[in-house]
Design a protein around this ligand. Structure first.
Ligand SMILES: [Fe+2]
Length: 285
């Protein structure tokens, strides 16, 4: 059985690394911890990195999860291969590039590039933000899905994520008590759909709302509150055209055995109980 311990990092291709470093540090509020000619490693906690921007193919992305034991990683590779999914183990250089002890990558049924890793490195130095956005942790990410029932079956049956709630076709999945760490959104695309960082409080969400507007950053949804996870949120667009999110107050599901997922109707009020209207199609009808 594959047991995901936590989300780990995202590798995100980009055309202009300088532009993404500026956005990551001056807008998003991450710390730039390492920079090479082609890679920029940014973080919002004491991990070595949460996001790695890579100069080159802007459509490239990879989503990584950590497993607790090396034996779990080997077992996961066996299980995926038994299902006919090829796995590619990373060599020493690839592990060094990711700051992990071991990993393999595979392509999921939606053609999303997924990496499973063992021992992602953390630092003994606390996260020192370049802008005080109030970030407390790398919260979750969304993945596109071109066939939601196929992908939901993969993520729940093979990867053992649990459905916390559904909104229309979309699904919010947990791998620990946090309401969701993976969100599947029905679309015609592949890869990462949005990138979330948790912030400390509603004050941080609202401060950023004003700050982002002053900086001319397009707001795509919010501020608002999700009726599903109860989190207060704001979504905005990066220069890489990816959607980024701050949120605060995500619900934790502690009654794992007794919890029953809810199925919210596909209406804007299922994404925001305050009445905010999204202007990206994944969050509306
Ligand atoms: Fe989100």
């Amino acid at each position: 059985m594959i047991s995901l311990h936590d989300i780990c990092y995202l590798r995100l291709g980009c055309r202009d690394l300088d532009e993404m470093v500026h956005f990551g540090t001056r807008i998003l509020g991450l710390e730039l911890r390492e920079r090479t000619a082609t890679h920029a490693y940014l973080r919002g906690d004491n991990s070595v990195f949460n996001l790695c921007y890579i100069q080159g193919d802007a459509s490239y992305d990879a989503s990584a999860f950590a497993l607790r034991e090396y034996a779990h990683l080997q077992q996961a590779a066996d299980e995926l291969q038994a299902l006919g999914i090829a796995v590619q183990w990373g060599d020493e250089a690839a592990c060094a590039e990711r700051h992990v002890d071991a990993f393999f990558e595979f392509i999921d049924p939606n053609e999303n590039r997924i990496e499973l890793v063992y021992r992602p490195h953390v630092t003994g130095v606390r996260y020192f933000p370049s802008r005080d956005a109030g970030i407390t942790e790398f919260g979750h990410f969304g993945l596109h899905s071109r066939d939601i029932e196929r992908d939901l079956a993969f993520w729940t049956q093979t990867m053992n994520a649990r459905v916390s709630d559904r909104i229309g076709d979309g699904a919010l999945l947990r791998i620990d008590p946090v309401h969701h760490k993976i969100a599947l959104f029905s679309s015609d695309k592949t890869g990462v759909q949005h990138v979330n960082f948790q912030v400390e409080s509603i004050d941080d969400v609202m401060r950023s709302w004003y700050f982002l507007q002053e900086q001319g950053v397009p707001i795509v949804f919010g501020p608002g509150r999700h009726p599903t996870s109860t989190a207060i949120f704001i979504y905005f667009l990066g220069p890489d055209k990816r959607v980024y999110e701050y949120s605060s107050g995500v619900k934790r599901i502690t009654d794992e055995a007794g919890y029953v997922p809810r199925h919210f109707e596909m209406k804007p009020t299922s994404f925001c109980m305050w009445g905010a209207r999204p202007n990206v199609k994944e969050f509306s009808e």
